[in-house]
Design a protein around this ligand. Structure first.
Ligand SMILES: [Ca+2]
Length: 533
């Protein structure tokens, strides 16, 4: 573990050193305007050419989404100003709330209002696939080979493949960590019960914890008023967090996998049935919350927030306190402690993490109607590279020296509370959070790491254990639509089995119906595309 972090930091530092070189300056090179002089260092390809430095700024129009109430300010934003000046670009942003990004994307594309860099692409949607097929976007499959930094550093291993459409690259996916789902749990309850949790949790360990949290009065109020597992099944969205994490811990694939050379759906495997039986057992014994079918996305944390439940599977950064998802619990129960564990141990002794269900969540595409030439396309790609290296990377990660941080004599970075707040308030911290392709986490500039940063490090460390959904990027739009149509067959059967309404024979009958109603064609298509990869 320690060794892993050390190794990671080393890699980050080596990268930083390389970046320092290509930037042609020292660690603290000046923040004045781009010199315009190409780097002296000629060790690699097009990436070092600083291709966007000419006298007139290169204009990049973009659709970007924001997560807060208001988009980050683009005026008097020190980081936004710094990047534009340094790289000699003018960025014209059209903002959209994150929840509306895909709609906005589709509306703008349909209305012929495309911008040069469009965010919000949903690579699994049939609409998007059709746009690719009809030539709406630049096919960057070959061009991107000149920018290995983008494919190596700005994409996860899983996303590199899953963001392709019919084998071609149109999209640079947003960097969603391959591994980010964890068991988030009541650490204080574990302490109350004197339980020693293993670092890597087997399915049986999850079961035992759910049982102990239900039966042993972990909140020590003398009343049997707790449930172990805060399970949520709002069908196709959050199901991958809870059920799929346990399924993967039981040794099942993540939605689709390969058995004896054949692509199968996970509900065709014995390991899936092991998981299903365990879930039913937990339901029968009250180790999981009985209202799991009705916990919509707004209510999914409620059993834990109310202090009734002990753990759930969710994004690990939700465990950060304060600022994560459990602040209201902490407000009511100041002694509550939230912990997380990311790794599961499957029956074969492999460390595994359930990866996110779609593999790709949004990304940048380049409409041919807005990017007029390959030269312009290359300028944009080079900008993506430059934005994530050297002084720009540092500005994105920690802001501007003297405004957002101070460098100590020993090279470490000091950030006061006021500076941290200013970086939030002036938009510097969030301006590039969701606009263009970016690195997963901040480089090591000697800055203090927040709890959030530390979890991001675990994401990177654990990516190697991610169990991806192999179907992403492998299906035609027709079959994606078909898959959505058929989904309720399995979701319903699963829920009914967990609640004891149907037996295994009935569950298997639902699987057979799925296969004969189009499911087999889905498996065949994944098989054909997967094997030729
Ligand atoms: Ca109790």
């Amino acid at each position: 573990m320690k060794k892993g972090i050390a190794m990671l930091l080393m890699i980050v530092m080596v990268l930083s050193a390389l970046v320092g070189c290509s930037d042609g300056g020292g660690a603290n090179s000046s923040s004045e305007t781009s010199s315009g002089t190409p780097s002296q260092n000629d060790t690699s390809q097009a990436e070092d050419s600083q291709g966007v430095s000419e006298d007139t700024p290169f204009v990049i129009t973009t659709l970007a989404s924001f997560f807060e109430q208001e988009p980050p300010s683009t005026t008097n934003n020190p980081v936004f100003d710094f990047v534009q000046e340094k790289l000699n670009v003018e960025i014209q942003v059209t903002w959209t709330p994150n929840g509306e990004a895909m709609t906005k994307f589709n509306t703008m594309m349909a209305g012929d209002n495309a911008l040069m860099v469009m965010g919000g692409a949903d690579v699994t949607s049939s609409n998007y696939i059709r746009m690719c097929q009809t030539g709406a976007f630049w096919d960057i499959t070959d061009i991107i080979k000149d920018y290995p930094f983008i494919t190596d550093t700005l994409m996860s291993d899983v996303q590199r493949d899953t963001s392709l459409t019919e084998g071609r690259r149109y999209c640079i996916p947003s960097y969603v960590p391959d591994a980010r789902i964890a068991m988030v749990y009541r650490e204080d309850w574990v302490e109350n019960l004197g339980i020693e949790l293993p670092e890597v949790m087997s399915a049986q360990d999850y079961y035992d914890l759910a049982k102990a949290f239900t039966e042993q009065d972990p909140d020590q109020n003398g009343v049997a008023d707790t449930t172990g597992f805060n399970y949520v099944d709002d069908q196709d969205k959050e199901v991958n967090y809870g059920f799929n994490t346990l399924a993967v811990a039981c040794g099942a694939p993540n939605r689709y996998g390969v058995r004896d050379g054949k692509v199968v759906a996970y509900f065709q495997t014995e390991e899936y049935m092991d998981c299903l039986r365990m879930m039913h057992d937990m339901y029968e014994n009250g180790y999981l919350n009985s209202e799991f079918m009705t916990l919509g996305s707004g209510a999914k944390y409620n059993p834990m927030l109310d202090g009734r439940a002990g753990f759930m599977f969710t994004t690990a950064t939700n465990a950060v306190t304060p600022g994560g998802k459990f602040d209201t619990l902490l407000a009511n129960e100041p002694d509550a402690k939230i912990g997380y564990k990311m790794l599961s141990l499957d029956p074969n002794g492999n460390k595994v993490v359930n990866s996110n269900i779609t593999g790709v969540s949004g990304g940048n595409v380049f409409p041919v109607s807005a990017v007029k030439s390959e030269e312009d396309l290359r300028k944009i790609l080079q900008f993506f590279v430059d934005l994530n290296q050297g002084d720009c990377a540092k500005a994105l990660d920690i802001g501007i020296e003297g405004i957002h941080y101070t460098t100590n004599a020993d090279g470490t970075i000091e950030i006061t509370d006021e500076q941290r707040e200013l970086r939030d308030a002036d938009g510097s911290g969030s301006i590039f959070a969701n606009m263009f392709a970016r690195r997963l986490m901040a480089d090591d500039w000697g800055q203090p790491l927040s709890d959030y940063d530390k979890i991001q490090q675990h994401y990177a460390e654990n990516a190697q254990y991610a169990v991806p959904d192999i179907s992403v990027g492998m299906l035609s739009s027709e079959n994606i639509q078909k898959e959505n149509e058929l989904a309720s067959l399995i979701y319903d059967a699963r829920a009914q089995f967990i609640m004891g309404f149907i037996d295994e024979a009935a569950f298997n009958a639902a699987v057979d119906t799925w296969l004969s109603s189009g499911g087999q064609a889905i498996l065949d298509e994944i098989q054909a595309n997967y094997v030729t990869e």
